[in-house]
Design a binder for this molecule. Structure first.
Ligand code: FES
Length: 219
């Protein structure tokens, strides 16, 4: 078993423990994206249980089947409540790399992407991809992702799980996603500090070091 690390933290009323951990940059695994389909987000709650919701039958069943030996074990994605907590968490093998977020997402962009993700029940994350495209050299692609690969960077922001492959990451570092409305069409905006130039059609960009602002229309 991996070594356990003790952490103290505080939940706002109704806040989900997994969200709190990820927002604090704690690299806890959450392989199913909080859908109660894995046990990778398992923690042990040593203090503060009285301010938390009770575990559901499904959560208890999953913990039981995983062989969780500690009676205070919970699945962080299922824990909500309020107050100070002392928890123990296994920190090794966590696939989440969430120190400084490589990409930030506005509230509107998070809502939009969550709506898109909801149309793909098997998806566990939004994948951001940079690939050769257009006359300026590079283009963006957003897609629902059913898998997390070993080389992926995975992070969570505004309750949205985002994955970026290793080849795309250098082009996206520091980017902020937003959404613009043009009539009934919503467009995802990539405010990318790595993009120097965009082509006339607005679907591709060249990479240099100075800041630039461009938009990308989701197809
Ligand atoms: S992330 Fe899978 S059960 Fe919590």
């Amino acid at each position: 078993m991996n070594p356990m690390e003790k952490l103290t933290l505080s939940l706002e009323r109704g806040e989900i423990l997994l969200d709190r951990l990820l927002q604090d940059g704690i690299g806890i695994a959450h392989d199913c994206g909080g859908k109660l389909a894995c046990t990778s987000c398992q923690v042990v709650i040593r203090e503060g249980m009285e301010g938390l919701n009770a575990a559901s039958e499904d959560e208890l069943d999953l913990l039981d089947r995983s062989g969780a030996a500690d009676s205070d074990a919970r699945l962080a994605c299922q824990v909500s409540g309020i107050g100070e907590l002392l928890i123990e968490i296994s920190r090794e093998d966590a696939p989440v790399h969430s120190s400084m977020l490589p990409v930030t997402v506005s509230e509107h962009a998070a809502e939009y992407l969550a709506d898109q993700l909801a149309k793909h029940p098997s998806a566990v994350a939004v994948r951001l991809i940079v690939e050769p495209a257009g006359c300026s050299g590079h283009g963006y692609r957003i897609e629902p992702s059913d898998v997390i690969r070993d080389e992926d960077s995975v992070f969570e922001t505004r309750r949205l799980r985002i994955v970026i492959d290793a080849a795309s990451m250098p082009y996206l570092q520091g980017t902020r996603l937003d959404v613009s409305h043009q009539g009934l069409v919503r467009r995802v905006i990539f405010d990318n500090p790595n993009a120097r130039q965009t082509c006339g059609c607005g679907e591709s960009f060249g990479v240099l070091t100075s800041s630039d602002r461009r938009t990308w229309a989701e197809s």
